[in-house]
Write a protein that binds this ligand. Sequence first.
Ligand code: MRU
Length: 344
Amino acid sequence: MLPTIAWRGRSLVMIDQRKLPGQETYVRCRTYIQVAQAIEKMVVRGAPAIGIAAAYGLVLGMMAARAETGRSLEHDFEKVYRRLERTRPTARNLFWALERMKAVYERTRGDGLRAIRAALLEEAKAIENEDAETNRDIGRHGQALLRDGMTVLTHCNAGALATAAYGTALGIIRAAAAEGKRIRVFADETRPFLQGARLTVWELDRDGIQVVLITDGMAGWFMRRGEIQAVVVGADRIARNGDTANKIGTYSVAVLARENGIPFYVAAPESTIDRTLPDGGGIPIEERNPDEVRQVGGRLLTLPCAEVRNPAFDVTPARYITAIVTERGVRRPPYEKSLKDPGV
Ligand code: MRU
């Protein structure tokens, strides 16, 4: 199996996450527009994976550029950058990856197109490789929070499919399992896109980690019955005070976890932290096509004209978060202080 995202001979190949687990098919993007559309349509999803795809998208955009220098080159770069930036507003890693790519462009723009392209490709590969390593580190730090025999609830998919490899929340579970701990996972189905039912179950099953699928509304009941001992989720954007945007439904899970005295952990790379935002109030929340709610797998569930809201993310206030695990360690409240420290 190819990784989630692979650079192959001047094109970007990605597993089509809309089709999993029924079909394992791959989409090949040869242009930056195709990459932008693949991100929007969620062929690829998950904040770190979106950032990596966008970085390669920028490479593809500059491969098609013709101007060697000057204003036209500037214009070409801006056009590609702006298109990729418009794809998914909540994922901080998208902007972080594009900003990294822009810094490389600015450093090399006087060197001619060939040199610019080579440097951009090298940077995109570095972003991808670093992410795989980062997830191993998150797993190494976070696994200490899980004990042998625990049942852990996760929401959405923060696994290998959402990253370069290994995953963030699922990385912690994988690392705990690798330590010999018996961990059972409850996966919320995660309406409307069903990342939990389709992707998390698929990934964990392939790894031989026990996974039980539940609908989103069941989580509270299992917590109350004492069947869940910890919650681990990923993040799309974390503000300076620890407020965390993640898949819609995460906030409800966090409140339920608090009510039931269960620790609620967030796992994310440092690149998900948006240090420009003092709190979660400024996090842009993507609203997606209402048909994603009206339909499941293309089948209409309701009236075709039913009024619908479809925010893709919500914000969990920091007070519900027991710890945030990054590649640098386990950060505890108060997050204003602990997220500032370079090493913990
Ligand atoms: O809409 P998605 O599927 O891109 O949302 C994904 C999530 O909310 C993940 O939990 C988050 O991006 C972290 S992935 C390591």
